[in-house]
Design a binder for this molecule. Structure first.
Ligand code: IVH
Length: 681
């Protein structure tokens, strides 16, 4: 289970209860009133849980208006308040399988029924704001936020702007319907809204949830209309005359109720899967978690509900949540931490990337200690500086980013340096781009990054030469350009810190072996701007030697398939640069003899495109790729309609599914090996 840090006065239980109460109220205000949360959900839940545990151990410390007894949320000035006929409750949160099991067992025990005889509704826990929409005789008459659960804000005027939400119900409308659900903003809508704000020079919103909540409470419906919201129903308040489309009678359970809402034209929480047992519920949760990033909106867990209304009634309510439902939350992908330092990293092309060192924080199973700030625009947007408390997020495959500064420390926001932090050359800003570069080709940082790329797998694949050694070689002045690698001798290497004779010889052997790597790998390794693996291969296919490439005019380069004018110009400029020319001369003089491309343009697989996924058992991925290229095929980096063949090893990922959807030919490893044999590869 996730338990947050426990700061604050440790002293007596009474003092701790008072502190926790204040702290929880403060976070409630930040979350519900300012829409600017400072802590993550699990951190908040841990505070609430600690307070509940303390109150259970010391009942005399529990006050009637303790945060454990009331749903948070407060009225907004300028809006009318409205009372809910039935209280709008919150949900108990859990974060692990064990707690879900305990909950299921306690329910079964209470009801005196075997757990697997119960039917549960599983829904996504939508991350937005709770809303009650009232229809009288089929007409939308009022919409009210949850508020404190008893009284909420009347937001009828903004709710009427929600697309897809009927102002009049379809079919046989009940006399009264209080439909409850979540108002959310899709990720796409959120991005559009933020783009428009950026263009208008307005402050950006931090996340879709807070934006949805804030939009509902706008006074001006015209402003709300420009921020598209979506509603999904997940429950009922008071109803009169609601009929299940299946039975024609009053709904007997959650599923029938949701079907009734849907029949009236109200969107309901997308997935409603009804399962009978713990394994089924947990499997559903795991499946939803796996799809989390593919959903068009933020979902932060699964809500599990006892379906049968009679059983719901028997189970009853706690102070602020029903006993018949529970929210099984996904691991948090957000956390707050403190910025310790901000610096810039100088890349292979001289680009300066700002980044923050932060106090270690655990987010989505990973401890984050540093985080990219991307570029100078992002730095300006955040107005960030050391000492600030920040909310950070790591969403699926997306690299962690700072969502926003939640607490500004003293001082001026940090700014991008005017000079390269390594060689102190004044930086150059690229017009119309957020990129700032160190223009010095001899900058030690640039050289180190270039060597790292040169020795990498996709380039000359030089064994034994890692980041540390590269640092020593450059800092010690032993290597001033790429070609100097090939002038290293055993004495120099063995003399370096933590290098013995054996490792020195290893490095020399690695260098030796790299002299005859395929030309494409050398071209890639040079680090020509705009030239990656694919372009390097195209060049190597056309030019048998490095000399031939060096002699090519810009027109000849531009004439090659798949090479545009920008790339051609970049290659030519690189080859004409005096520093690069000297380096290339030296590489050749020091015995580099790259192997000409073996791709046969008239090979048996010519014109076909291949892609590999999963682990191959009989040959390495790289070997397999080289073989098909030799036979004339081209490699693609992703599944698209341009792909002819997908070769599937063990544990293939999402590529297989996509290929099948697109009708791409799929080969097993055995079939692929047979194809190689038949093609003479
Ligand atoms: S049922 C009495 N179902 O989560 C049960 N709530 O943490 C009340 N929420 O206030 C809620 N998706 O705003 C329910 N499928 C879902 C939900 C959901 C999101 C929100 C709702 C509620 C909060 C409780």
């Amino acid at each position: 289970m996730t338990r947050g840090p426990r700061p604050g006065p440790p002293s007596s239980p009474a003092a701790r209860v008072a502190w926790l109460t204040d702290e929880i109220r403060r976070h409630d205000r930040l979350y519900y009133e300012s829409d600017r949360p400072e802590i993550s959900d699990p951190e908040y839940d841990a505070l609430l849980r600690e307070l509940r545990d303390l109150e259970e151990a010391h009942p005399e410390l529990r006050s009637p208006d303790s945060p454990t007894q009331r749903v948070p949320g407060a009225a907004v000035e300028g809006l009318q308040q409205a009372e809910h006929r039935l209280p709008m409750l919150s949900l108990e949160n859990t974060y692990d399988d064990g707690e879900v099991r305990e909950w299921l067992e306690s329910i079964a025990q209470f009801l005196g029924a075997p757990a697997d005889s119960l039917v549960f509704a599983c829904e996504p826990k939508l991350d937005g704001a709770a809303l009650e929409i009232i229809y009288e005789q089929g007409r939308l008459t009022q919409a009210v936020t949850r508020g404190d659960g008893r009284v909420g804000d009347d937001v009828t005027h903004t709710v009427r702007t929600i697309r897809g939400l009927p102002h009049a119900l379809e079919g046989a409308a009940p006399a009264r319907l209080e439909a409850r659900g979540e108002v959310i903003m899709t990720r796409a809508a959120f991005e559009r809204v933020n783009k428009a704000r950026e263009a208008a020079g307005e402050e950006l919103f931090i996340n879709p949830r807070n934006t949805a909540a804030g939009t509902l409470k706008l006074l001006d419906p015209a402003l709300a209309r420009a921020r598209p919201l979506t509603f999904f129903g997940y429950g009922l308040g008071e109803v009169e005359g609601l009929r299940s489309p299946a039975t024609g009678a009053a709904p007997r359970g959650h599923r029938e109720a949701m079907e009734a809402l849907a029949a009236l034209g109200l969107p309901t929480a997308l997935e409603l899967s009804v399962r009978g047992d713990l394994a089924g519920v947990l499997a559903h949760h795991a499946a939803l978690l796996a799809r989390r990033d593919e959903l068009p909106f933020e979902v932060d867990g699964t809500v599990i509900k006892v379906d049968d209304f009679r059983l719901q009634e028997r189970l009853g309510l706690r102070a602020r949540s029903p006993r018949w439902a529970i929210a099984y939350k996904f691991p948090a992908r957000q956390g707050t931490t403190v910025v310790l330092d901000i610096g810039v990293n100088v890349g292979r092309t001289g680009a300066l990337t700002p980044g923050a060192i932060v106090a270690p924080v655990h987010v989505a199973g990973v401890t984050i200690t540093s985080i990219s700030l991307f570029n100078r625009d992002e730095v300006a947007r955040l107005g960030i500086k050391p000492g600030d408390r920040v909310l950070i997020e790591r969403a699926g495959d997306v690299i962690p980013h700072v969502v926003g500064v939640t607490h500004s420390g003293p001082g001026e926001p940090w700014r991008m340096p005017e000079a390269c932090p390594v060689c102190h050359t004044p930086v150059r800003a690229v017009e119309d781009e957020a990129v700032v570069r160190c223009p010095n080709p001899r900058c030690p940082a640039v050289l180190k990054r270039r060597i790292e790329h040169f020795v990498s797998r996709a380039a000359l694949d030089i064994e034994g030469v890692g980041e540390k050694l590269i640092g020593q070689l450059v800092d010690g002045g032993h290597v001033k350009r790429l070609a100097d690698l090939y002038a290293l001798d055993e004495a120099t290497l063995a003399g370096l810190e933590r290098m013995g004779e054996l490792s020195a010889r290893n490095v020399l052997e690695g260098l030796e072996a790299s002299r005859t790597r395929p030309l494409a790998r050398l071209i890639n390794g040079l680090g020509i701007p705009h030239v990656g693996e694919t372009v390097a291969e195209k060049l190597a296919d056309h030019f048998p030697t490095l000399e031939a490439l060096r002699a090519a005019g810009v027109d000849e380069l531009r004439g090659l398939a798949g090479i545009g004018p920008a790339v051609a110009a970049s290659v030519r400029a690189f080859l004409d640069d005096p520093d690069e020319r000297e380096n290339l001369d030296l590489l050749l003089a020091r015995g580099l003899q790259p192997a000409a491309s073996t791709r046969r343009a008239d090979g048996p697989l010519a014109g076909q495109t291949f892609l590999f996924t999963g682990t191959l058992a009989r040959l390495s991925r790289r070997e397999a790729q080289e073989r098909v290229k030799t036979l004339g095929a081209t490699l693609l980096s992703g599944v698209s309609s341009k792909l002819d063949v997908l070769v599937v090893g063990e544990k293939p990922g999402s590529k297989l599914k996509k290929a099948q959807e697109l009708g791409v030919k799929v080969l097993s490893e055995d079939e692929f090996v047979r194809l190689l044999e038949e093609s003479g590869g």
